[in-house]
Design a binder for this molecule. Structure first.
Ligand SMILES: Nc1nc2c(c(=O)[nH]1)N[C@H]1C(S)=C(S)[C@@H](COP(=O)(O)OP(=O)(O)OC[C@H]3O[C@@H](n4cnc5c(=O)[nH]c(N)nc54)[C@H](O)[C@@H]3O)O[C@H]1N2
Ligand SMILES: Nc1nc2c(c(=O)[nH]1)N[C@H]1C(S)=C(S)[C@@H](COP(=O)(O)OP(=O)(O)OC[C@H]3O[C@@H](n4cnc5c(=O)[nH]c(N)nc54)[C@H](O)[C@@H]3O)O[C@H]1N2
Ligand code: SF4
Ligand SMILES: [Mo]
Length: 880
């Protein structure tokens, strides 16, 4: 078997993998990002690479078409729009999941040849505030530190980051460092309890948007306690006095934190010279996201704690190539290689290097504005690549309408059908992860190669080739005559040398002459790479900032208004869960990854639930002026009163009412243009269906009811359901839902309780089970699922309960060993009070370790819920 070294296509940790064409995928022990570790998503990659659901040939208006026809059409329609309405009448919306080579040519085509900057990326929803904050402070979008800083720190502050779920291998690395060196402390700042906070030494359950004030209070305290690094500030920093004045004007009470907690935070932060402040979407995705970023950077600059081992601000990137996208200039307001559109010298350098007929002279439309321009008819041709904006952009219903309204739309996709692709005129099949080769840059500026280890299926082509083919057809063949990703990489690397000569930070010119063979063998390398030797590991220990005067700027920021507490509204927070990736087009294919959370939900505080009359496992309707969603209520005191948390993952494909972005208005940070998706005022009420249901089938289901959420299982599909009216005939209804029109039916009804249970057999083999009840369904779901496609009697199937030989595992917590919550609770009840002890009893957490923080949370959560609340919840969820 040939083993190929490659890189994980999910998060910005950028783990190295060893993959074989036979489909074994393991962590690469030699990759510096993960040293062999993988999280649950990385470990389940093999389950996502089959061809089911793939887009395998070009399509025009839903019909298969040849490549030439499709590419000619795209080129002709873009050229026609540009000819008639000018370059700014067309747009690309691209993605931090493209490889740098794909990204580079897309940007080159739009900015240098079409001559518009209307190319923006989903990184606008993700990293834009960090980019803007870095630029304001450092004069360039530079991430100063490295992962080794986390190993060496005395204190790690995680703010607006659920690292345990979103960068699990990095979090495991931090926990390992703490286990080896207990002096290392972890503080998590997050309005809600998370798996990350559960494993931290201190959790500051801050009011949404309180971060600017908290870090402002820290800066005031740094000054008051004489902890300023006077020499560093004098030599390398400007704006100190004004920034401190602005910080002093803030009132720490606005953070909603007890004074004792704030003092402890100040003590720990100021007391530890080696402090790393890690931040992510709880910081970036807010109305004052850029200010939050600068509030953090200000504290590191004032203390000179930057660029030295074990310390510094650390914006962790989300997507595998969020960083690479910034390098190639994928944002509408930057040029390639961290050069600036507004700077004529920079523009000239890029245009000369590209020998391009033109170059954009002003920033293009940022994501939200770009889709508004689609809605208003200003954009005549739109090409979306590697992103699913109909789900992931705020005000998602309007975005869907906007896409449908554009005269001509194209999507480059790997899957057959997404919420976005069904709205477009042309679908172009891209080769997927595992089938294509190119570079990505991770959170610590490390460039790694993703290498193909599978053949390109059907007619799929790599994204860079598709873009170059369109460029050629638009008349720019010479500038896009790349025959390999290596050729594109060399051009990009050479351009970075020109950028460095103009004083920019991004420099990989040492790789500009790399041969095809050297590229194919490229070992993970951190930029800058100014010669064949690797570059400096960290930035800014001795100043050297990228503003004209070489100094950093401390930026005076003011407190963000905290969301108003009103009796009518709740503050909606959104984010991620451990085992799904964004809109689930790939992670949703893995049965294992669907076990932990199989439907959209809202975390809601017991008080609010009581006020709304919603019991655990009932449904909650969430509404704003923009739209609505219906999700499962998950009552927990891990979230504060007055707040909701809903994951962003569900789409029309999996749960049509679960698209939470339908409720989120498109409000953006004024500096970065990044949407604020973490604190939105919404109304919520109990959603009262006529009946609740659960179904497991050997066939794919898409029931189209008042509420439905489908998910892949090891035996087929599962579905959570609710209906607004009783069907005339339950048997027909069950057949329709289960997608089984043949087979023998067994029905069990309990008129007193109003419940219906139906099983469908093909011969002796169970093909589907369906349960309906006026109350939330209480059946042993994992067990019901495991019985599909097996010889199981109707009696057993319809009981829906564990038999003596088949205990019910409960919802799966450990995806590697299929260990469920029931088994873990049992272990905890029998005295396993540490993660290790639970591991010994059940094997949970002993492979990839992603669930360790969840095990800790289960251990911690047990005593916190009062017996009365436990009882209350149990009473609401009646047995059928
Ligand atoms: N499992 C999984 N991992 C992923 C992804 C995925 O889809 N699934 N996506 C990747 C991508 S692209 C990204 S960008 C990253 C995102 O990684 P994270 O930013 O860690 O993830 P989120 O869940 O979006 O948000 C983090 C936390 O911010 C908190 N928060 C909300 N408002 C505030 C606030 O005002 N202040 C503070 N301090 N905290 C707040 C939320 O409660 C949430 O727990 O994850 C990456 N990794
Ligand atoms: N409410 C709320 N909304 C959010 C967020 C949030 O926290 N809350 N987070 C935001 C953030 S940080 C992000 S990064 C975005 C992510 O949002 P999206 O980028 O929209 O999410 P994905 O599901 O990753 O979409 C990637 C698409 O590209 C396709 N694809 C995969 N590989 C390839 C490839 O090689 N080539 C091509 N052409 N296509 C490919 C996939 O099938 C999928 O349809 O969501 C944002 N939206
Ligand atoms: S932490 Fe998980 S998702 Fe992120 S790169 Fe590593 S294996 Fe992939
Ligand atoms: Mo992201």
């Amino acid at each position: 078997m040939t083993t190929v070294r490659t890189t994980c296509p999910y998060c910005g940790v950028g783990c190295g993998l060893l993959a074989t064409p036979e489909g074994t995928i393991k962590g690469d022990p030699d990759h510096p990002a993960n040293a062999g570790r993988l999280c649950s998503k990385g470990a389940a990659l093999a389950e996502t690479i089959d061809l089911e659901g793939r887009l395998l040939s070009p399509r025009i208006k839903g019909r298969p078409a040849g490549w030439d026809t499709a590419l000619d059409l795209v080129a002709a329609r873009f050229a026609a729009a540009i000819h008639t309405h000018g370059p700014d009448s067309v747009a690309f919306y691209v993605s931090g999941q493209l490889l740098s080579e794909d990204y580079y040519v897309a940007n080159k085509l739009m900015k240098g040849f079409i001559g518009s900057a209307n190319i923006d990326t989903n990184s606008r929803l993700c990293m834009a505030s960090s980019v803007a904050g870095h630029k304001r402070a450092f004069g360039a979008d530079t991430v100063p530190g490295t992962y080794t800083d986390l190993d060496q720190a005395e204190l790690i502050v995680l703010t607006g980051s659920n690292l345990a779920w979103c960068h699990p291998v990095l979090f495991q690395r931090i926990l390992a460092a703490r286990a080896a060196r207990p002096a290392l402390k972890i503080i998590t700042i997050d309005p809600r309890r998370t798996a990350t906070s559960a494993a931290s030494d201190l959790h500051l359950a801050i009011r949404p948007n309180g971060d600017t004030t908290l870090f402002g209070s820290l800066l005031s305290e740094i000054v008051r306690r004489g902890a300023v690094d006077r020499d560093y500030v004098a030599a390398h920093v400007s704006g100190f006095e004004q920034t401190v004045d602005a910080a002093r004007a803030m009132n720490p009470d606005d953070t909603g934190l007890p004074a004792d907690d704030i003092r402890r935070f100040h003590d720990m932060w100021i007391g530890a010279e080696k402090v790393v402040t890690v931040f992510s979407q709880g910081v970036n995705q807010s109305l004052g996201g850029t200010d939050k970023v600068n509030a953090i950077l200000n504290c590191h600059l004032a203390t000179g704690r930057i660029g030295r081992p074990g310390m510094g601000p650390f914006s962790v990137t989300g997507q595998p190539n969020a960083m690479g996208g910034r390098e190639v200039g994928g944002l509408a307001n930057t040029l390639a290689c961290h050069l600036e559109i507004e700077n004529p010298t920079h523009r000239k350098a890029v245009q000369q290097a590209w020998r391009s007929p033109t170059i954009c002279t002003k920033p293009g439309l940022k994501a939200v504005d770009l889709f508004r321009a689609c809605e208003s008819g200003r954009i005549k041709a739109l090409w979306i690549m590697g992103t699913n904006p109909a789900v992931s952009l705020p005000d998602a219903d309007s975005v869907s309408r906007a896409i449908a309204r554009v005269d001509f739309t194209v999507v480059s996709e790997v899957v057959n059908r997404t919420d976005t692709s069904i709205l477009t005129d042309v679908q172009l099949p891209a080769t997927a992860w595992g089938e294509k080769t190119g570079t990505v840059t991770n959170s610590e500026r490390r460039i790694s190669l993703q290498r193909a280890f599978l053949p390109a299926p059907g007619e799929t082509r790599p994204d860079w080739q598709i873009i170059c083919e369109v460029a050629r057809r638009m008349g720019w063949g010479d500038a896009f005559a790349f025959d390999s990703p290596a050729a594109i990489f060399r051009e990009h690397a050479a351009l970075s040398g020109r950028a460095a000569a103009l004083g920019r930070d991004f420099d990989i010119s040492g790789l500009a002459d790399i041969s095809d063979a050297e590229y194919a063998a490229l070992a993970p390398v951190q930029w800058p790479v100014t010669s064949r030797a690797a570059g400096t590991e960290r930035f800014f220990a001795q100043g050297g900032f990228f503003h004209a005067d070489g100094k950093a700027r401390m930026v005076p920021v003011s407190a963000m208004p905290v969301p108003a507490d009103t009796a009518q509204t709740l503050c909606l927070n959104t984010g991620r869960i451990r085992d799904q990736w964004h809109t689930m087009t790939r992670s949703g294919k893995s049965a294992r990854l669907n076990q932990n959370q199989a439907e959209p939900f809202a975390e809601i505080h017991p008080k609010d639930a009581r006020f709304l009359g919603v019991a655990d496992a009932e449904l909650l309707k969430i509404e704003s002026a923009r739209g609505q969603a219906v999700v499962r209520a998950k009552i927990t005191d891990g979230i504060g009163p007055g707040a909701l948390f809903v994951p962003m993952h569900w789409s029309n494909t999996h749960a049509p009412t679960g698209r939470i972005n339908a409720c989120i208005p498109a409000v953006t940070d004024p500096v970065s243009g990044q949407p604020a998706s973490k604190a939105v005022q919404v109304r919520a009420c109990r959603f009262t269906p006529h009946w609740y249901g659960f179904a497991a089938s050997a066939r794919a289901m898409s029931p189209g009811l008042a509420y439905s959420a489908v998910a892949r299982t090891a035996t087929g599909w599962r579905c959570e359901l609710a209906g607004n009216a009783a069907p005339d005939n339950w048997e027909d209804q069950a057949r329709r839902i289960l997608n089984l029109d043949t087979g023998g039916v067994s029905v069990m009804r309990d008129p007193a309780r109003g419940t219906v249970r139906i099983a469908i057999h093909q011969g002796a083999v169970l093909k589907g089970v369906f349960f309906a009840s006026p109350r939330p369904i209480r059946v042993a779901r994992e067990l019901a699922i495991s019985r599909i496609n097996r010889d199981v009697s109707a009696l057993v199937a319809l009981a829906g309960l564990p038999m003596s030989d088949q205990p019910d595992p409960g919802p799966i917590v450990c995806a590697c060993f299929n260990v469920g919550a029931h088994a873990i609770h049992d272990a905890i009840r029998h005295g396993a009070t540490s993660v290790e002890a639970v591991g010994k009893c059940t094997a949970a957490g002993t492979n990839c370790g992603s669930c360790k923080p969840d095990l800790q949370a289960l251990i911690d959560a047990r005593p916190t819920r009062s017996a009365a609340e436990q009882e209350e919840i149990r009473c609401h969820v009646q047995p059928m």
